[in-house]
Ligand binder design. Structure first.
Ligand code: FAD
Length: 353
């Protein structure tokens, strides 16, 4: 009957790079699996990133298992090329993705997961959550936000500088998103840069490939209890061409964190005030796990206890992507395959197939 048809061995929640890497390994098994994705089109959160975004890592170091991202060892793919790569990847392997379907809640009844979605109920013996963090942006609470007459947004909502032409804009955050969005907007208007910590720029010749290799070495060395041969350089902002150009133009003059908004701008506790029309918070994300809340396993810090990707406090659930707590560099294209492979091996063993 219909309910039996909707019982899968594995349901993967999400349709971004983490879900696709998992599907790549599921496809090689006899398991009956399905992907449910909230987005109307392939590419996960990539279509929401800003237009001018380039990857940090050269194409060759930005690939999922099975297909090398085109462009070679010296080319940094654009946002649109990343989207196109994921679209083609999904089509090439003909993964069973149903979209747009939002999984609203997951519960467990008699060893079967029950997924309540915008397209009815699905059942699964095991679940892989691969929902990323893009849909759960973090903005710190700051006094006076309700009286500020300007625009407040998160980096996840930023798309292109034209919207800010002529608007004095404060960009908050010392990470790569902050540095890159600032570089983008400074081409059309007056900007301020607000950082909590002293910003630190990497040397010009250090890119994502180098960082990945250095971090891999550190990880392997730690596992073996020895010192790495090469320590990753200090600093976090990668000197992509747009950031180099902005540095030449003197854009990166950092101000400390402000502590309140007033009607026309932002203010500091020493009395300083700066009028601004817009504030963009590049203050990061938290894992998007609300759909798993009914299972009662989300920790106070918003994460779930795992051994690599396997949830520890419930059987049959894995979490792929999200960041280092679910496996080394697991939020990157190049590294997610490693944890996806292990996940599918564990699922096959769990289902004893
Ligand atoms: P996502 O791409 O966010 O996909 C998750 C999917 O799950 C989405 O389609 C979402 O709609 C869906 N979903 C969420 N909740 C539900 C639900 N309840 N039900 C159904 N579906 C749901 N990585 C690199 O490797 N190289 C880079 O150079 C790089 N640069 C980056 C630059 C920026 C500015 C950012 C923000 C990220 C960058 N990343 C880079 C990281 C990478 O883009 C993300 O980590 C990646 O998108 C994560 O993939 P994911 O599949 O885990 O999540």
């Amino acid at each position: 009957n219909n309910e039996q048809e909707k019982l899968y061995d594995v349901i993967v929640i999400g349709g971004g790079q983490s879900a696709l890497a998992t599907a790549y390994y599921l496809r090689r098994t006899n398991l009956r699996y399905l992907l449910l994705d909230k987005e109307p089109i392939p590419g996960g959160s990539w279509p929401h990133n800003w237009y001018s975004l380039h990857l940090f890592s050269p194409a060759q170091w930005s690939s999922l298992p099975g297909v090398i991202m085109p462009g070679g060892p010296d080319y940094y793919p654009t946002r649109d090329e990343a989207i196109s790569y994921l679209q083609k990847y999904e089509a090439r392997y003909a993964f069973p993705v149903v979209r747009p379907v939002t999984v609203q809640s997951v519960t467990k009844q008699n060893d079967v997961f029950v997924l309540t979605t915008t397209s009815g109920i699905y059942y699964a013996k095991t679940v892989v959550s691969a929902t990323g963090s893009f849909t759960n942006p973090y903005i710190p609470g700051i006094r006076g936000r309700d009286i500020f007459k300007g625009q407040v947004l998160h980096s996840s909502q930023y798309q292109q500088p034209q919207h800010f032409r002529g608007k004095r804009t404060a960009v908050v955050g010392e990470g790569n998103s902050g540095a890159q969005i600032l570089a983008d907007i400074a081409t059309v208007t007056d900007t301020l840069w607000i950082t909590r910590e002293q910003p630190s720029f990497l040397p010009d010749d250090v890119d994502g490939r180098y960082l990945f290799d250095a971090a891999t070495q550190l990880y392997e060395a730690k596992k073996q209890g020895r010192e790495p041969d090469q320590k990753p350089p200090l600093g976090q902002i990668v000197m992509v061409p747009a950031v180099k150009a902005a540095r030449e133009h003197g854009v990166y003059q950092a101000l400390p964190a402000f502590d309140h908004f007033y009607a026309d701008g932002i203010g500091w506790d020493n009395g300083r005030q700066e009028p601004v029309d817009a504030v963009i918070f590049c203050t990061g994300f938290r894992p998007a796990l609300e759909h798993l809340r009914p299972l009662g396993i989300i920790q106070p810090d918003g994460e779930i206890l795992t051994k690599i990707t396997k949830a520890l406090t419930i059987d049959g659930l894995w979490l792929v992507g999200y960041g280092s707590w679910t496996g080394f560099a697991s939020a990157t294209l190049i590294a997610v395959g490693r944890t996806a492979k292990r996940t599918v091996e564990e699922i096959a063993a769990f289902l004893q197939v």
